[in-house]
Design a protein around this ligand. Structure first.
Ligand code: UDX
Length: 464
């Protein structure tokens, strides 16, 4: 099949490469030459495991090409995937639909034959039907262009796997020819037994926002439990393990910590609330506002904990481990790690940030912070180390070696992901979100004596 993909961000670039891997002829189109340049050479313009291999295979096979020309893309495809962004509006919670609308109009105006336009971007319910009208109004009369919706559920860091082996496919269609085209296009995936739900446009749009809302709610639920644990000296990790054993609840997405971020969950739950309000359903979706508030409070909690441990933050040196919103991604959009780093800096701390992949993106987003490519250099002289993105590298750190370079062995694990026993055995006092602290100075939660590691070495027995 000849397929054009519009927008080569996280979604479009992976989708285009995935379609080529399924055996289709694909043209990826983007207005940004900085994205298209590397893609044309088969290189990924962002960090995503497995994507460089998939891209270079596609480009070398000749099945995958990229262009900045909308004319070339419209001319080429029999199926046109719309993968452009729907960012949050600057002046509100709603989604900015101008890019999806522009692409559909641009395609419609250039069409000379019947094609299928397929939306993949995450949009407020009702958008697909409006876009179908736009396609109809701007295309030459009688051309018979159709619109379908095929939401994407890919996770950054697992985008290739999620594209080639998705949990499910969802087709929002208005007629059976559209369904047939999509079934044909996804045949290699469907043959593996992946469930496929064929439904109306509205339900297909809702599946995506409902899924993201549920995930955000699940994370905020466990983070709310972390707030309760903090108050009563409970342990949210054991709590999550125990309730997660119940198959109706499930353990996944119950990792309490500094909360969710990235380009999707926060934006999508806000856009859903805005759409809900337009539909007169503000009450039905009020819980999403609460999920958002819990999430933001967790970022402040790390800053509050740091100031209660260090006293004045002004002049204190804090090393932040992680800048991306999750591991295996260089994406810093709405990153909890970067937000906490910025809040610590704004409170007067000297913040040094380390991340294995996202430093150049982080530097652009938060130029006021200092960055280091080497963990040990970043940690040199630190009064506090704050772990905020659970990269595997951080799990493999030797707390003894790191303990040699810091000013005091004081850790906040904002992801509850490090081996606290190993860190405390190496002399670190470890504070977590929603768990009692461990280590030589675990009981001391206000302005610790300074420097703590030296004090800890001589006082260990006394404190224990
Ligand atoms: C999400 C959805 O998972 C995906 O299906 C959708 O297509 C796009 O949005 P993504 O943004 O890539 O994907 O990341 P995800 O793995 O969902 O994590 C989102 C955020 O939640 C990250 O900041 C992560 O650290 C955080 N998170 C996740 C938690 O804080 N706790 C958890 O238990 C799980």
């Amino acid at each position: 099949m000849r397929i054009s993909v519009y927008g080569t961000g996280y979604l479009g670039a992976v989708h285009a490469a995935g379609l080529a891997a399924m055996g289709h002829e694909v043209v990826g189109m983007d207005v940004d030459p900085m994205r298209i340049g590397p893609l044309e050479r088969g290189e990924a313009p962002f960090f995503e495991p497995g994507l460089p291999e998939l891209l270079s295979r596609g480009v070398e096979s000749g099945r995958l090409r990229f262009t900045t020309s909308i004319d070339t893309a419209v001319e080429f495809g029999d199926v046109h995937f719309v993968c452009v962004g729907t960012p949050q509006l600057r002046d509100g919670n709603g989604a900015d639909l101008r890019y999806v609308e522009a692409v559909v109009r641009d395609i419609a105006e250039r069409l000379d034959r019947s094609v299928l336009v397929v939306g993949k971007s995450t949009v407020p319910v009702g958008t697909a039907r409006q876009l179908a009208g736009l396609l109809h109004d701007h295309a030459r009369p009688g051309l018979g262009a159709r619109l379908a919706w095929n939401p994407e559920f890919l996770r950054e860091g697992f985008a290739v796997e999620d594209t080639l082996r998705p949990d499910r496919l969802v087709f929002g269609v208005e007629d059976s020819p559209s369904e047939e085209i999509l079934r044909d296009l996804y045949r290699p995936v469907l043959q593996t037994g992946v469930p496929c739900y064929v439904t109306d446009l509205e339900t297909s749009e809702l599946v995506k926002v409902a899924a993201n809302s549920f995930l955000a709610m699940k994370i905020s639920f466990i983070n709310a439990m972390a707030e309760v644990c903090e108050q009563v000296d409970g342990d949210v990790v054991t709590l999550a393990d125990a309730i997660g054993e119940d198959a109706r609840i499930g353990r996944r997405f119950l990792n309490a910590g500094v909360g969710f971020g990235g380009g999707c969950l926060g934006k999508d739950i806000r856009a859903f609330q805005a759409r809900g309000a337009e539909l007169g359903l503000a009450d039905s979706l009020a819980f999403l506002a609460e999920a958002d508030r819990v999430n933001d409070r967790r970022r402040d909690r790390v800053v509050d904990l740091a100031s209660s441990l260090l006293g004045e933050l002004a002049g204190r040196r804090i090393t932040v481990l992680g800048a991306s919103f999750k591991p295996d991604s260089d994406d810093v959009r709405d990153s909890p790690a970067l937000a906490v780093a910025r809040r610590l800096h704004a409170a007067g701390a000297q913040v040094v940030v380390h991340d294995p992949e996202s430093i150049s993106n982080a530097r652009q987003a938060a130029p006021e912070l200092s960055y280091e490519h080497d963990v040990e250099v970043a940690a040199r002289g630190a009064d506090l180390v704050v772990h905020l993105t659970e990269w595997r590298q951080y799990g493999a750190l030797d707390p003894r070696e790191l303990g040699e370079v810091v000013s005091q062995r004081l850790l906040i694990d904002g992801r509850n992901a490090l081996d606290r026993d190993a860190w405390s055995a190496a002399g670190w006092t470890c504070h977590s979100l929603g768990r009692p602290s461990v280590g030589p100075w675990a009981g001391v939660t206000s302005a610790v004596p300074f420097p703590l590691s030296a004090a800890a070495d001589s006082n260990k027995e006394e404190v224990a």
